[in-house]
Design a protein around this ligand. Structure first.
Ligand SMILES: *[C@@H]1O[C@H](CO)[C@@H](O)[C@H](O)[C@H]1NC(C)=O
Ligand SMILES: *[C@@H]1O[C@H](CO)[C@@H](O)[C@H](O)[C@H]1NC(C)=O
Ligand SMILES: *[C@@H]1O[C@H](CO)[C@@H](O)[C@H](O)[C@H]1NC(C)=O
Ligand SMILES: *[C@@H]1O[C@H](CO)[C@@H](O)[C@H](O)[C@H]1NC(C)=O
Length: 443
């Protein structure tokens, strides 16, 4: 091969790789969420989509949502919450440049609006919850001296207001956080704090929302229903499980970063008299303050995000691959045995993996989603996308074997996004790159 041609070939690969990285979102974290009728949605890719009811998830029809007013999805700590009363979703840390903006998606009108907030804590770290009954956010940034903050969305409902909403400091925590921070979820109007240093497995700290009070002692959970283990004191992700009748939920799922299990944690406290159980929901008695387990999510990607309906749980990992388990909740309080995760028949294109996937057991399914993503890009812009996705695979082939499938999936997905948003200069550069690619084919 003449050296000039070799040079232009590697230059073209470099150009295509540069285009892929320059036009893609910085570090979008996709999320999944349900509306109040349990239709599933995936957000934060090249597009946001509605994926419908659980009966269709094997091969869903993905309906793109409006792009008008959608977030840039550039945050690195994005969290999406269902406000069940308002059939709305609120997105925290969706815009890295404007970290205190909160995006509101009205599921009925399928429209976005953007709520400005003031005095916001650092939302690029830590976790938040949305209190079911009051529509108030609570946020705990990470850091050993961080305090709990709150923000009242009671009057925001399903559309932003024109005036900024003000965050308020609530109080210091009753414990000191470790490096990766506590992980928050809500059950029975109490905020549960997983991953508090020095708590034994199966113990979590607690904040009583309605009394704005940190309980001084950690609460111990018992294992029930042949649980494989109690939840570890470890960083991870936690979500609340909503209820069919739109009452405050009593069930959370914690997925630790070691993916040892999915831990279903049930908490209930009498709203009137502490310790009393006579007004507890039917059938909950044996499950109050308990842990059950089912299998860990399929993709062991610590950058995954999760959502639950009243019966199902869904994972989206940082390559845009989606997995679900149905029938997990709403069977009384008992988690059935033998639950298994399924791959949803759609992959969200255009999200950027940060490469923190932590398991080789996911590589085959991730590879499958990689080719699906690449072929979607190919369909959108024929040979150009094919050329650039092969260049993207080449540039990422130096990555470690477990992560490389995910890396190339996201690189090719990024390229798809880049090709859709070219400016004049980039078109010229792509033409140069493609003509070099053409030469390579001839050669
Ligand atoms: C997110 O970005 C902020 C600054 O933009 C940084 O301080 C923080 O460490 C980042 N978090 C992660 C998990 O990368
Ligand atoms: C990866 O998984 C191992 C065990 O499965 C765990 O100990 C480790 O903390 C995980 N690392 C990350 C970054 O999630
Ligand atoms: C459950 O935990 C709460 C802590 O908020 C405690 O007040 C309550 O007494 C516990 N209930 C039982 C039945 O252990
Ligand atoms: C599908 O979802 C609905 C609403 O959550 C639920 O009632 C039903 O049991 C689910 N079906 C399966 C097979 O999980």
């Amino acid at each position: 091969m003449p050296s000039t041609l070799r040079l232009s070939l590697s230059a073209s690969a470099a150009l295509v790789a540069w285009l892929a990285s320059s036009a893609a979102p910085a570090s979008a974290k996709p999320c999944v969420q349900f509306d109040a009728s349990w239709n599933l949605y995936a957000f934060g890719g090249t597009e946001d989509v509605s994926l419908g009811q659980n009966t269709t998830w094997g091969s869903p029809t993905a309906s793109p949502l409006t792009t008008t007013g959608r977030p840039p999805w550039t945050g690195n700590n994005t969290q999406c919450f269902l406000s069940q009363y308002n059939n709305a979703m609120y997105v925290l840390n969706a815009d890295a440049s404007n970290p205190s903006d909160i995006y509101v998606f009205n599921f009925d009108a399928k429209s976005w609006s953007k709520q400005a907030t003031s005095s916001a804590p650092d939302l690029s770290t830590g976790t938040s919850i949305l209190d079911h009954d009051t529509n108030v956010f609570f946020t705990l940034p990470s850091g050993s001296s961080a305090s709990l903050y709150q923000l009242d969305f009671g009057t925001i409902t399903n559309a932003a207001s024109s005036s900024a909403a003000a965050w308020e400091a609530v109080s210091a925590t009753s414990f000191q956080q470790g490096g990766q921070g506590a992980v928050l979820a809500e059950a029975s109007n109490h905020i549960t704090f997983f991953n508090v240093p020095n708590n034994p497995a199966g113990s979590a700290n607690m904040f009583v929302v309605h009394y704005s009070y940190f309980q001084p002692e950690a609460v111990a959970y018992k294992t029930v229903n042949n649980a494989a283990a109690n939840f570890p004191t470890q960083h991870g992700k936690a979500i609340g499980v909503p209820t069919t009748d739109n009452s405050a939920g009593d069930v959370m799922v914690f997925v630790p970063d070691d993916f040892s299990n999915s831990y279903v944690v049930t908490h209930w406290t009498s709203p009137s008299t502490a310790g009393q159980t006579s007004d507890a929901p039917a059938g909950i008695a044996d499950y109050i303050n308990s842990t059950q387990t089912f299998s860990a999510p399929t993709s062991h990607d610590t950058d995954s995000s999760y959502a639950a309906s009243d019966s199902a749980m869904v994972q989206i990992d940082s390559t845009g691959a989606l997995y679900y388990v149905t029938g997990a909740f709403g069977n009384g309080w008992q988690v059935p045995s033998g639950l298994s995760w399924q791959k949803l028949g759609y992959t969200l294109a255009g999200v950027t993996s940060t490469g923190s996937s932590n398991s080789s057991s996911t590589s085959s399914s991730t590879a499958a989603s990689s080719s699906a993503t690449a072929s979607r890009s190919g369909a959108a812009s024929s040979g150009a996308a094919a050329a650039s996705s092969s260049a993207a695979s080449k540039t990422s082939s130096a990555g470690a074997s477990a992560g490389s499938a995910a890396a190339s999936a996201s690189a090719s997905a990024k390229t798809g996004g880049a090709l859709r948003s070219l400016n004049g200069l980039e078109v010229t550069l792509v033409s140069v790159a493609l003509s070099c690619f053409g030469l390579a084919l001839v050669f």
